[in-house]
Design a protein around this ligand. Structure first.
Ligand code: PHE
Length: 329
């Protein structure tokens, strides 16, 4: 190949090249170490001096020019490449974002937290006790000895264990004893948690539900203090002035005992709380000095509270994890 042919071929190849890779290939083929230009220069030794001079000059000029052309075309292709990329990957900042689906707390948890917040604002601490407990804490220490007829009120789920029979607590009242064993009055606490009963499930009963135990003990804590506290709680929780009534009730661990009903929006009385003045037996169980302390205890049904707040008419909805239901809160 002579230099004129080379020029022609080089320009054709350059013209055809449509991307950077192809350009680089052309560069190699023409100007590279094993390229065509090299071949021509190698063959110069056979030529006459005048020819050598002429071809040598031509080759140099060609090399310079062609290098420039290569560079130019490379720049054009690069520019094309990036503008195409930019178009493809264009970020439209005005496009609406993708909505992330986030969950939320279960209505029972929401009500539990609201309840805790209200009591905390009234100076109460929040404590917990075990869900698997034993007969002593769930019954005996609460003045419900074996054979006591009121044990029937709390149908119990028993658990066999190596350390003897245990049970799933039937109420949160055993936390009163656990706490009193380790703390001296005065104090005010609530103890929320799950409780279990050996019961058939229906609209208003379940084998598991939530209670919030309350306990306030001091030297002169009275029924009046309790009444004011529970009224304040209801008003804050329902966000209105709630009508409530106290009836006498019976629990072996309080004396006197009360049941507290509140009036629903439809004018119906609903039982929500069991309560009373702490029975002296409990002070004894806890090892407190006799006749020095007095106070009240109460147990609120959290599920009922939730049902009332949101107008839910079937307890089971709160436990069957149906998202169509839960999403509404
Ligand atoms: N533990 C009782 C129940 O489950 C409620 C209660 C709590 C009553 C505290 C009096 C004092 O029914």
């Amino acid at each position: 190949m002579d230099i004129n042919q080379l020029k022609k071929e080089a320009r054709q190849k350059l013209k055809k090249a449509s991307n950077l890779k192809e350009i680089e290939k052309v560069e190699q083929e023409i100007l590279g170490k094993k390229g065509a230009l090299r071949d021509i220069l190698k063959s110069l030794s056979d030529k006459s001096l005048a020819q050598r001079k002429k071809i040598g000059q031509d080759a140099n000029v060609f090399k310079q020019n062609f290098t420039k052309e290569l560079k130019k075309k490379k720049a054009v292709l690069k520019e094309q490449h990036w503008s195409r990329k930019k178009k493809e990957e264009k970020l439209d900042l005005t496009q609406p974002g993708q909505k992330l689906k986030t969950g939320h707390l279960h209505p029972l948890t929401q009500v539990l937290r609201e309840t805790e917040d209200i009591f905390k604002s009234l100076g109460f601490g929040v404590v917990e006790g075990p869900e698997v407990d034993n007969e002593y804490y769930n019954f005996d220490a609460l003045n419900i000895p074996a054979g006591h007829p009121s044990r029937d009120e709390w149908d119990t789920l028993w658990v066999k264990s190596k350390e003897g029979d245990k049970l799933l607590r039937t109420h949160t009242s055993p936390v009163q004893i656990h706490f009193m064993e380790n703390n001296k009055p005065p104090f005010r606490i609530i103890a929320p948690g799950r409780v279990y009963r050996h019961e058939d499930t229906n609209k208003s009963h379940g084998f598991q539900f939530y209670q919030i135990e309350g306990l306030m003990i001091g030297e002169d804590i009275s029924v009046a203090n309790f009444k004011a506290l529970i009224q304040e709680f209801f008003n804050q929780f329902f966000g209105r002035s709630v009508e409530m009534r106290m009836r006498t009730g019976y629990f072996p661990f309080t004396e006197p005992s009360f049941e507290i009903d509140i009036k629903s929006k439809d004018g119906e009385w609903l039982e929500l709380v069991g309560a009373g003045m702490v029975h002296p037996h409990l002070y004894k169980s806890a090892g407190y000095e006799e006749r020095k302390w007095q106070g009240f205890a109460f147990g609120i049904g959290l599920d009922r509270l939730t049902m009332l707040k949101y107008g839910i008419d079937d307890l089971r909805l709160l436990y069957n994890s149906d998202l169509r239901f839960i999403k509404q809160f």
